[in-house]
Write a protein that binds this ligand. Structure first.
Ligand SMILES: Cc1cc2nc3c(=O)[nH]c(=O)nc-3n(C[C@H](O)[C@H](O)[C@H](O)COP(=O)(O)OP(=O)(O)OC[C@H]3O[C@@H](n4cnc5c(N)ncnc54)[C@H](O)[C@@H]3O)c2cc1C
Length: 321
């Protein structure tokens, strides 16, 4: 039986960083469990000496495509070309913003399974590769297998695995790829515009008199931007629930609640926040709470001083005026 092909897509461009080392180390462990071989797919601009470092963590082969640009579309085509030619059973990506985009475009192009933010991966004879990730607001650890999928892909959380140098001296094959730009596939997507949302507000939570809380009810970037602009105008700090922070809209230091920070402002305005206990413990010392939610039964209304049943976007349009 052919060896299972375990790929690690290296995204540090010109060197093998620690995150990549973590993934190759895990791939090496999986290769031993599953009778596999580890291919590090390296796109970018690195010296042979740098590529050879992949062997330290257990790679059998580096497939290297020299490339001057770090662009998802270009990398997607190169990756597609390599995959179409040599195939893979499992492909591991880091969970950097770049690799999250690349992996989802790849999975959608080839209609293969993708498990995001894995914290563990194992191999079972019966199920093949099994991915583990937190689910349902971290309350359970889900085990996920890909069915009806030729290959399974995943993104992995940083520090989920340990970067481990292997003792054995490995023979590393460096395969120089020559992408000719000939890969033809229906483009699965077209990027019309790309906007990185940043909230450039006051972040001094300890001294904040006014705090705006953003929840999952704030569904689009435009509404988020309106809240940030209003925050700037009123010198409010914009914070979020765990869901919003997990989605990458705000940094972890601005998560309020059980696993974030606690606040005690004069005024807290909750936009599209349900009012889960884990959030409420972080805001209960606020002097005044205003809640905007389109569900009149949302638990946040039980503790709010002012209750506004409204669509948050419509509310913000009026608020802005
Ligand atoms: C161990 C553990 C620790 C946790 N720690 C934290 C923590 O520190 N902080 C935290 O916040 N959470 C924490 N959570 C998660 C918490 O349980 C909730 O899942 C989370 O607070 C819910 O976030 P949310 O209100 O943004 O989203 P949801 O619960 O999905 O609520 C969205 C709300 O928006 C409303 N809405 C939807 N559309 C609109 C609209 N158009 N206009 C107006 N309203 C709308 C909905 O009615 C709903 O009430 C933790 C969970 C666990 C298990």
């Amino acid at each position: 039986m052919d060896k299972r092909k375990i790929w690690v897509v290296c995204d540090a461009f010109d060197h093998v960083d620690s995150f990549t080392g973590q993934l190759i180390s895990k791939a090496y462990q999986l290769s031993k469990e599953s009778n596999g071989s580890v291919q590090a797919v390296f796109i970018g601009n690195a010296s042979d000496d740098e590529l050879k470092r992949c062997a330290l963590y257990g790679a059998d082969e580096v497939v290297y495509q020299q490339c001057e640009t770090k662009d998802e579309k270009v990398w997607l085509d190169i990756l597609s070309d390599i995959y179409s030619s040599i195939g893979a059973d499992i492909i591991m990506f880091t969970n950097t913003d770049f690799s999250k985009t690349l992996s989802s475009l790849f999975a959608s192009r080839f209609e293969v399974g993708l498990t995001a933010d894995c914290i563990d991966i194992c191999f079972e004879e019966e199920n093949g590769f099994v991915f583990e990730r937190a689910a349902m607001s971290d309350s359970v650890q889900a085990r996920i297998i890909c069915i009806n999928s030729q290959c399974c892909t995943c993104t992995v959380k940083k520090n989920a695995f340990v970067e481990t140098e292997i003792n054995a001296q490995k023979e590393l094959n460096i395969r120089k790829w020559e992408y000719t730009g000939s890969f033809i596939a229906d483009p699965a997507y077209e990027i019309i515009n790309s906007v990185k949302r940043v909230c450039e507000n006051n972040t001094d939570l300890d001294n904040a008199k006014i705090v705006f809380g953003v929840g999952r009810g704030v569904k689009d970037g435009e509404t988020f931007d309106m809240i940030c602009q209003a925050g700037k105008k009123y010198n409010a700090v914009v914070v979020g629930t765990k869901c919003v922070v997990d989605d990458g809209l705000l940094p972890k230091k601005l998560q309020v609640g059980q696993s974030g920070c606690s606040i005690a402002p004069d005024l807290y305005i909750a936009f599209g926040i349900s009012g889960a206990n884990q959030h409420l413990v972080g805001i209960r010392n606020s002097r005044q709470i205003i809640a905007v939610n389109n569900n009149e039964n949302a638990p946040i209304f039980n503790i709010a001083d002012v209750k506004i049943v409204a669509d948050v976007k419509e509310f913000m349009k009026e608020f802005a005026e």
